[in-house]
Write a protein that binds this ligand. Structure first.
Ligand code: SPV
Ligand code: MN
Length: 629
């Protein structure tokens, strides 16, 4: 160990923890931990290796210090975040940019020196009276070319425990790293606590040091602001992927099961709280991951891994009917961390669980009674809309057998979907890779949800469902996708889905389970097993195929009338969307590739032509005669 750090670490760590740290012969790691300790001045430091004892210590500790409270079912605990700390704080999440670097208008950034001074100022002395926990993880399967090592220092045992459920252990990986400095670092402090929650959320900051592969997070506990290897490291990974020519995406990875026992792998990008987890958990299919994926072009093939090994899922609407697998896990003994649900007599309750909720209990506002209001006079809901559960994948009955494959699985289809009440049809396939990247991924829009602080239900641009985490200029990020496809012999097919289309009375056209039919149709398309109807926005299913799939998958009738009203091409809405997207890219994204505007232009011309021939609302059958692919 370098002498510069040794003295500080020897003083702060007891012999056992010092030995665990020095077994890793990595100067950059030692420097990071020495700096974290010097800045945050914890009373003690626990270095967590991959051993069962160490992991069990963190789990115990979360309860001992009041970060979590046991519930009635064995292995279940509840953690509460503060009343105003219930979601990702986009406004106070910023990239630290050195002089001369401009990430563009849609990325939130602050000068590096100014930002470092601010966030490191808030971290000063933040761990006094507490223990710092040092945790090591491997992002992706161990021993894999995809994977990246990460280390976090945190004073939250809840964060450290959550990470244990969500990631593959990484102390062993750090041994293999030897003295390489190629790893991600996260320093987190919940800051001053009051009643076990962060007291100074007005000083909540999540600052991403893009020059140094390091993230600082302070005065917050909510997982999306604090769990280092979820969205904090995703922002670093997107920069690394940009440098090295691969993709880091906000995507699930799953196996869709087709005829004859074949498994076809899909990735899917949906903004938070728009059906990503429930798609990955579709009955009859197998899950690899539900949130973050790394994709690489290997020998002309797109290969993909799940970065994580667990689910930090939205609990709202999990019930025996819509999410049977998760519901089973949440109602049986085993390790589960609930957050921000309502607790009464040691039992958790959440919105949409399929039973009546008690009229009082403990929730994210403290002692709660039906009718309680917040400072603005608004009723406090029994459980928060962004309440979560954290579980490891290892207990899932629908886990795909290739989840740990160090070579990843082949990505054969990519799905983009947002919360869109009036424009896109329920499912369509892009005309080719570039068309899909541009008109589906990069043009995705979605109405805002409870997963980020701020007003809900506002239509926003959500390119690749990744805008909250993109850390390179947006035009360049889009270009990286175009380049990625160019390196593939047969790029995955790109699809757009819309689970949230509404009729003129504001009711959803589709049931939650219908996505299982769209998935089966996409699986068949990958293998060319069904025809489709080519419309100006993409290729849509034929009625007869959907009618058969609805019967096979859901034992349900799907009428021609339902098909007609769901799959009608809404030309004015699609034209208005093109307009919005073009304006955003022309105004805010100076490095947008020219092909982007050409593709939007071609789509506009196709829509205008259809409008002339068929009017504003064109049935798929009108295109049928034109071309079947
Ligand atoms: C999301 O909001 O997209 C999540 C949870 O997956 S968070 O960790 O908050 O990002
Ligand atoms: Mn997510």
């Amino acid at each position: 160990m370098s002498e510069a750090y040794e003295a500080g670490l020897r003083t702060a760590l007891d012999d056992e923890n010092f030995a665990k740290l020095t077994a890793l012969r990595n100067p950059k790691l030692h420097q990071f931990i020495a700096d974290a300790i010097e800045r945050c001045t914890p009373d003690s430091v626990f270095v967590c290796t991959d051993s069962e004892d160490d992991v069990a210590y963190v789990r115990r500790r979360a309860v001992e210090i009041g970060d979590e409270t046991p519930l009635a079912i064995e292995g279940h605990t509840i953690h509460f975040d503060g009343f105003r700390d219930q979601a990702r704080d986009k406004a106070n999440t910023k990239y630290l940019v050195p002089p001369g670097v401009d990430l563009g208008a849609n990325l939130n950034s602050i000068g590096r020196n100014e930002g470092l001074a601010e966030v490191r100022g808030y971290l000063k002395g933040s761990m006094v009276g507490r223990e710092a926990i040092v945790r090591f993880f491997c992002l992706g399967p161990t021993d894999s070319a995809f994977s990246i090592s990460g280390v976090q220092v945190t004073d939250s045992a809840y964060v450290a425990h959550s990470e244990d459920l969500l990631y593959r252990t990484g102390y062993g990986e750090f041994k293999r790293l030897q003295d390489s400095g190629d790893f991600f670092r996260v320093l987190h402090s919940a800051g001053e606590l009051k009643d076990s929650v962060s007291a100074n959320v007005d000083k909540r900051r999540v600052y991403v040091d893009i020059e140094d592969d390091c993230v600082y997070s302070v005065n917050t506990q909510y997982g999306g602001n604090t769990i280092g290897f979820k969205k904090l490291a995703l922002r670093l990974a997107i920069r690394k992927a940009d440098r090295d020519g691969w993709l880091a995406e906000h995507m699930f990875v799953m196996g869709a099961h087709g005829p004859g026992g074949r498994v076809t792998y899909f990735t899917g990008a949906f903004p938070s709280a728009c059906g990503k987890t429930s798609t990955a958990m579709l009955p009859g299919e197998t899950i690899i991951g539900d949130d973050i994926a790394y994709l690489r072009a290997i020998d002309g093939q797109a290969r993909v891994v799940n970065v994580e090994y667990g689910i930090f899922g939205i609990i709202r609407d999990v019930n025996p009917e819509d999410d049977p697998v998760i519901n089973e896990i949440l109602t049986n003994p085993g390790e589960v961390i609930f957050s921000n649900v309502l607790v009464k007599d040691g039992r958790p309750y959440w919105l949409g669980m399929g039973c009546e909720l008690p009229g009082e209990g403990t929730n994210y506002s403290g002692q709660w009674r039906a009718g309680n209001t917040d400072d603005a006079g608004k009723a406090i809901s029994p459980a928060h809309g962004n309440a979560r559960y954290t579980v490891s994948l290892k207990n899932l009955s629908n886990l795909d057998s290739r989840v740990d494959d160090p070579a990843g699985v082949p990505a054969q289809g990519i799905v983009y979907g947002g919360r869109d009440s009036d424009t896109w049809v329920p499912v369509q396939q892009s005309l080719d890779w570039a068309h899909g990247v541009i008109t589906m991924g990069a043009s995705l829009e979605s109405e805002t949800t409870a997963a980020a602080l701020g007003q809900e239900g506002v239509r926003t641009h959500q390119p690749m469902s990744n805008l909250d985490f993109v850390s390179v200029p947006l035009g360049r990020y889009v270009q990286n996708h175009l380049d990625f496809g160019a390196r593939l012999e047969k790029p995955p097919l790109i699809f757009a889905v819309n689970y949230f289309l509404k009729n003129q009375h504001g009711e959803y056209f589709n049931g939650m389970a219908d996505k299982g039919v769209w998935m089966k149709w996409m699986e068949l398309r990958v293998h060319g097993d069904v025809d489709a109807i080519r419309t100006p926005t993409g290729s849509v299913p034929m009625y007869a195929d959907l009618a058969r799939l609805f019967r096979e998958v859901l034992s349900a009738e799907y009428t021609q009338e339902q098909y007609n009203e769901q799959f009608v091409l809404r030309i004015p809405e699609n034209l208005a969307k093109l307009e919005r997207i073009e304006t955003i890219y022309r105004t805010d994204v100076p490095d947008t590739p020219e092909v982007f505007f050409e593709t939007l232009g071609a789509q506009r011309a196709g829509l205008a032509d259809a409008q002339k021939r068929y009017g504003d609302y064109a049935a798929p059958s009108q295109f049928h005669e034109e071309s079947v692919s």
